[in-house]
Design a protein around this ligand. Structure first.
Ligand code: PMP
Length: 356
């Protein structure tokens, strides 16, 4: 009988709960409103002839590189950061190599790492999901070929300090160190300036979150030109389509829109956190556009009760150390008024009496 590769048999499955998402989408950490109107203008002007051509990535890569203070050879556009993670696993992981991860963290590292037949070395975060620097440094071995650090992390919203990232980079010169800055805009701190100066650093960014382009599938990798030549070999030449490429220049040109959205989320996050505190719901400090809460034993019913009120939130209870936890995306302040209203009604419905 036909069987897939051993790595595929062992591969962790990932089924995002994407069914019926009408309502206020606070479940996938997307932009909850819209992308820049300038992007819509460009999309509307795309001709049929434009669609007949294969997409040309290089000129847009040059523009994105300039925007980030990098050289074109240091930038690779990808079909979302998810493809970037896949490319990294295919570039650096031999069967039996180790992928080192602080957990809980973003699921796709493990999905693609297991598909490449890597061993997954998971290091539990410290109390309150603090980045486990010492344990991580202690777990680096000769087999460690890829280390993935999301900053801010998902689903926790926790951050990693620059000095801590530098320690990891220095301790594992034989490993690719991915710093996944998918939520960079909400934090405002980056290590992208070290690209090219630190040979094993690879930074990922996405246009799915603050930029509001999750449906277009646009991400990027930044790394030294020496390393990038290998990733460029692995990636499919046309994985970023023409519509996505056309939308990048107007998205990057309208930083006013982006800054407005980020400021809106930051203000809304404070309001939502205040509401959680008022209701005695445990939460962790977040530098991203979401907040991790602990609802306790009733987490499933809580998610359902929120859905009853047209607000979608994400159950993260099965993530390591996240028993009873629900992650809630932060949108605009106006949306947050409704989210708080739904939160309080859902808590009342599950008989909430304080910390679950
Ligand atoms: N990294 C992290 C930490 C994320 O939370 C996400 C979004 N789910 C991604 C990467 C994937 O982003 P993209 O839409 O660019 O594939």
């Amino acid at each position: 009988m036909l069987e897939p590769r051993a790595g595929v048999l062992r591969m962790k499955e990932y089924h995002p709960p994407l069914g019926d998402r009408s309502g206020l989408r606070l479940d996938f950490n997307e932009n909850t409103l819209a992308c820049s109107p300038k992007v819509r203008e460009v999309l509307g002007a795309i001709s049929s002839a434009d669609l007949t051509k294969y997409p040309e990535r290089a000129p847009v890569e040059a523009l994105v590189a300039e925007h980030h203070g990098l050289r074109p050879e240091q930038v690779l556009l990808t079909n979302g950061v998810d493809e970037a993670i896949h490319v990294l696993c295919q570039t650096y992981l031999n069967p039996g190599d180790a992928l080192l991860l602080p957990v809980p963290t973003y699921s796709m590292y493990e999905v693609y790492g297991s598909g490449a037949e890597a061993r997954i070395d998971r290091i539990a975060a410290g109390d309150d999901f603090v980045f486990p620097l010492d344990a991580l440094l202690g777990a680096i071995t000769a087999q460690t070929r890829l280390i993935a650090i999301a900053n801010p992390n998902s689903p926790t919203g926790q951050t990693v300090r620059r000095e801590q990232i530098l320690r990891v980079l220095e301790a594992a010169p034989h490993a690719a160190v991915l710093v996944d800055e998918a939520y960079f805009h909400f934090l405002g701190e980056t290590v992208i300036d070290l690209v090219g100066k630190t040979p094993n650093l690879i930074v990922a960014r996405t246009f799915s979150k603050a930029f509001g382009l999750a449906g277009l599938r646009l991400g990027m990798l930044a790394a030294s030109a020496e390393q990038m030549q290998w990733m460029r070999r692995v990636i499919s030449p046309y994985s970023v389509n023409s519509l996505a490429l056309a939308c990048l220049p107007p998205a990057l040109a309208d930083m006013d829109y982006l800054n407005w959205y980020v400021a809106e989320v930051r203000a809304a996050r404070v309001e939502f956190e205040t509401a959680l505190d008022r209701n005695g719901v445990q939460r962790w400090p977040s530098a991203a556009n979401f907040v991790l809460t602990r609802i306790g034993a009733q987490h499933r019913r809580f998610v359902e009760e929120m859905r009853e009120r047209n607000v979608l939130v994400r159950d993260r209870s099965s993530d390591p150390g996240c028993e009873g936890c629900v992650r809630i995306t932060i949108g605009t302040r106006e949306q947050t008024v409704n989210a708080i209203y739904a939160l309080e009604a859902a808590l009342a419905e599950i008989g909430w009496k304080g910390k679950g």
